[in-house]
Ligand binder design. Structure first.
Ligand SMILES: [Zn+2]
Ligand SMILES: [Zn+2]
Length: 417
């Protein structure tokens, strides 16, 4: 019997994992200095949480959630995204009692039963933030600045930030009427998918990728910002002017909507054209009604999520952080094992990357292994050295070797490494 991983899942191993670790640590560094605290929410939640927040007529809820019944016949889901879980935790843990904004970040796997393809996995990882507690445009601008800064820090180039506003809840009703009115003038010319969406989720017609639908939208001169209210337009204009103050370049995309119902006002996406079809590397926006819908007080909130696989694909060729093996410990005979083990942990406790052979290899094979592992130095403990209370240190680059008294070992190694 041969076991294989599930389709759409991945084992992330070295040397790729070093790149992932780097992405995580660069993200953490930036989020922490910006006041965000990490949150880890469960991977499983009640299905209803996502149905309520993301919306029943969305692609995610209709066909992409991994769901099952547990032994007590409760409907459980693997989280398809983090925002709903975080708002649940915000309410359940009473995070609204904290002074000021609640700023949270997360790093972890999400799950969607999509057709796997390059840059699209069924278990995929996201890095993201949520800032909960303000309606002000400066937090929208800060969140979008964080996206830009993070991508800069990661070394991603050739990206483009696109923004739009979806208006408030009242506007959404007007938008639906407006879109239905306009699109119905020419509904036959839209693709089947859009015709299906027309009744259930007309907003999604705006981001259809079908060229015919795109040209129909253009011909109908559709722009939802013509119907959104004055306050929302003012908010949008302030976000734009603050982005300029923060030096964030953006483009307005009037067809930009997100595939989740909870978004209001500002929405944004970051695209990278080196990735082909799956070119959205990051997306986010405001969700001012979600906290209230889930049982809290009216609370403004904004956040984003970045796809780790896609970022890793973009940075693949970049030279990865190399962890060089400092010392490989070699024993001439197993009788020196205890002595060697003590020295091995002593080196590690002093921050020196030290390894040894655990498979009873011959002296020659240990040397070969040290070579294969690209050890900088080998430390040999043999009969002669042992009698004198010494180790023999060999420089693998120059081939030169010296004998060092046991007591002086750490001092000498620290000096040369
Ligand atoms: Zn409005
Ligand atoms: Zn279409």
């Amino acid at each position: 019997m041969k076991y294989q991983k599930l389709r759409g899942t991945e084992d992330i191993i070295s040397p790729q994992i070093e790149l992932w670790q780097e992405i995580e640590s660069i993200s953490r560094d930036l989020f922490e200095v910006s006041g965000y605290k990490e949150i880890k929410t469960p991977i499983v939640e009640f299905l209803q949480l996502f149905q309520r927040s993301i919306g029943k007529n969305t692609d995610i809820v209709e066909k992409e959630i991994f769901q099952f019944q547990d032994r007590s016949e409760r409907k459980i889901a693997l989280r398809p995204e983090a925002t709903a879980s975080i708002v649940r935790a915000y309410l359940e843990c009473g995070l609204y009692q904290n002074p000021g904004l609640t700023k949270l970040y997360y790093i972890g796997p999400m799950f969607r039963a999509e057709r796997p393809q390059k840059g699209r996995k069924r278990q995929f990882y996201q890095v993201g933030i949520e800032a909960i507690g303000s309606l002000n445009p400066e937090i929208d601008a800060e969140v979008i600045w964080l996206v830009k800064k993070l991508l800069d820090n990661l070394g991603v180039d050739d990206f483009r930030i696109e923004i739009n506003s979806l208006g408030c809840d009242d506007d959404k009703i007007k938008i639906v009427d407006y879109l239905k009115g306009e699109i119905s003038k020419n509904l036959d010319h839209f693709c089947q998918n859009c015709q299906n969406r027309f009744e259930r989720n007309v907003l999604r017609v705006l981001d259809c990728k079908n060229p015919d639908c795109k040209s129909c939208l253009k011909n109908l001169k559709i722009d939802i910002k013509t119907v959104i209210c004055k306050n929302c337009m003012q908010h949008y204009n302030e976000v734009k002017s603050l982005l300029t103050v923060l030096g964030v370049q953006y483009e307005e995309n009037k067809y930009l909507v997100r595939g989740l119902d909870y978004y209001t006002r500002t929405v944004f996406e970051v695209l990278n054209y080196n990735l082909g079809a799956q070119n959205v590397i990051c997306a986010g926006g405001r969700y001012d009604n979600l906290v209230e819908e889930m049982g809290g007080k009216p609370t403004g909130a904004v956040g984003f999520a970045l796809g780790m696989e896609r970022i890793a694909m973009l940075l693949e060729d970049r030279s990865k952080k190399k962890i060089e093996l400092d010392i490989f410990l070699i024993l001439q005979d197993r009788m020196f094992l205890k002595e060697a083990l003590k020295e091995l942990i002593n080196l590690r406790e002093n921050g020196i990357y030290a390894e040894m052979d655990y498979q009873s290899r011959s002296l020659k094979s240990q040397m070969r292994l040290a070579n294969e592992k690209k050890a900088r130095y080998v430390l040999i403990l043999g009969q002669k050295e042992w009698e004198k209370g010494e180790f023999c240190l060999k420089d693998m680059k120059t081939g030169s070797q010296i004998n060092i008294k046991k007591e002086k070992l750490l001092e000498v190694i620290n000096r040369i490494i």
